[in-house]
Design a protein around this ligand. Structure first.
Ligand code: PMV
Length: 362
C-alpha cells in the first residue's frame, strides 16, 4: 500500500477555492543519474547541488467541481500564455498517477508557470518545474482538505511525486546538497523512491558558485529519456552502476572533509564519464559541442596556472557548469569575462550558486 495516498471525499473539502504559489530550483548533479528501472527508479545513487537562481515559480488556483468526475480539469499557462503542449504532458502525468491525488475528482486546477532563466538557455527546466508541480499539488491537497499533514511528510510525498514526473526533480525539493537512490552508506538516507538531504557536508561546499556557460541554448538532439533507455543494453552498464555507487562514497568523504582539490578531480571525471557513456551507446551520440571542449581546456589551463580549485561538470547537454567556492569568486569572475565569455553563445553565462531549496509564497 502506497503510504502517499490519502483518501478523502468532497465532504471534507473545506476550501472551495484557493491559491498557492511555490518557487522551486533546478539542481546540478555531481554524480549523475543515468539509467533507470521499474517505475522511475534509478540504477545508481546520484548527488546534486541544489541551485538558487535557476528556478520555476508556479501559481496554482483551484475551485470545486460542480459534480465530482474522473475528468482532469486543468488549464496550464507558461510565461503568461496558454501552453497546450505542457498542459497535455501534465494531464497525462496526472492521469497516470491519479491514485496519488484523489482531489483531482473534486477540483478544477489552473497553473501558471514562469522560469527565471531564458527559455533558450538550454537549462533543463524539468527539475525545477516538476518539483514545483509536486509541491503545489501536495500543498493544495493538504490545505483544501485540511489534512494537517506535517511539513516533513509533505516534503516526502513531494519528492516521491517529483521523481515520478522527472527523476532528477526528486532532489530539488531539498536545500544545498541532496542524494537520490539506495546506498549502503549510513549517512546517505535516500532510497530509490525518495531523495533526501545529504548531511554532514563541510561549510565550504555550501558556498559553491555555479557559473553556467551557455555553449548552445538549442533543443537537445537526444532527450534524457532516450539516453536513460540506451543504458538498458549498454556494454558498460554493470560497471557503470557499480562505479557510480563507489564514486558516491568517495564524493561523500570529500564533501565531509572540505577537500576542494579532490572534489575537482572527481567531479570532472564523473562529468566526462557521463558523456563517455553517451558516446559508447548504441546508437552513439555526442551532446558536447566544439566550444564545450574549448571551455573545458580553458578551465584546466587556468586551474594549472592559478592553483585555484575551480572545476567543471556537464549535464546531459553542451553547456558547462563551472563550480568554485565563494572565496575565489573575484578571480574566477575576471577569468570568465576575459576567457570564457567569448566562447558562450551570445556571451551568456548564468551565475548561480548553492541554494536553500523551494519556497512557498502564498
Ligand atoms: O531527470 P531526468 O530524467 O531529466 O534525467 C537527468 C539526467 C541528468 O541530468 C543527466 C543527471 C542527473 O542526475 O541530473
Amino acid at each position: 500500500m502506497n503510504t502517499y495516498i490519502r483518501n478523502y471525499s468532497k465532504n471534507e473539502l473545506i476550501e472551495d477555492t484557493g491559491r498557492i504559489s511555490w518557487t522551486s530550483p533546478s539542481n546540478i548533479a555531481l554524480i549523475k543519474y543515468w539509467g533507470k528501472y521499474g517505475h522511475q527508479l534509478p540504477c545508481n545513487t546520484s548527488i546534486s547541488f541544489t541551485l538558487n537562481e535557476s528556478k520555476t515559480t508556479m501559481d496554482f488556483s483551484w475551485s470545486s467541481k460542480d459534480t465530482p468526475s474522473d475528468e482532469i480539469v486543468l488549464d496550464f499557462y507558461f510565461e503568461n500564455k496558454k501552453n497546450q503542449l505542457f498542459e497535455d504532458k501534465i494531464r497525462a502525468f496526472l492521469e497516470k498517477n491519479r491514485e496519488l491525488f484523489p482531489m483531482l475528482k473534486f477540483l478544477n486546477l489552473e497553473i501558471e508557470s514562469i522560469n527565471s532563466f531564458p527559455h533558450s538557455a538550454g537549462i533543463a527546466s524539468s527539475a525545477s518545474s516538476m518539483s514545483a508541480l509536486a509541491l503545489g499539488l501536495c500543498s493544495i491537497e493538504n490545505q483544501a482538505f485540511d489534512l494537517d499533514i506535517p511539513e516533513t511528510d509533505l516534503i516526502q510525498k513531494a519528492t516521491y511525486v517529483a521523481r515520478l514526473a522527472s527523476g532528477s526533480a526528486s532532489r530539488s525539493v531539498f536545500p544545498e546538497i541532496a542524494s537520490w537512490g539506495e546506498n549502503s552508506l549510513t549517512s546517505i538516507k535516500s532510497s530509490d523512491e525518495l531523495a533526501a538531504p545529504v548531511e554532514g557536508v563541510h561549510e565550504v561546499f555550501k558556498t559553491y558558485r555555479d557559473s553556467i556557460v551557455i555553449v548552445d541554448g538549442g533543443e537537445k538532439a537526444v532527450s534524457s529519456r532516450a539516453g536513460h533507455a540506451l543504458m538498458e543494453a549498454h556494454p558498460y552498464r554493470e560497471q557503470r552502476f557499480k562505479r557510480a555507487n563507489e564514486l558516491v562514497e568517495t564524493l561523500y568523504n570529500i564533501l565531509k572533509s572540505g577537500d576542494t582539490k579532490s572534489f575537482c578531480d572527481l567531479v570532472e571525471t564523473e562529468a566526462l564519464e557521463l558523456h563517455g557513456l553517451m558516446m559508447n551507446s548504441s546508437p552513439s551520440f555526442i551532446l558536447m559541442r566544439p566550444n564545450t571542449l574549448a571551455v573545458i581546456e580553458k578551465i584546466r589551463e587556468f586551474r594549472k596556472e592559478s592553483g585555484l580549485d575551480l572545476c567543471f561538470t556537464l549535464d546531459a547537454g553542451p553547456n558547462v557548469h563551472i563550480l568554485y567556492p565563494q572565496s575565489i569568486e573575484e578571480e574566477v569572475q575576471t577569468f570568465l569575462s576575459s576567457e570564457i565569455k567569448p566562447l558562450a553563445q551570445n556571451g551568456l553565462i548564468i551565475h548561480d550558486r548553492v541554494g536553500q531549496g523551494p519556497e512557498r509564497f502564498l
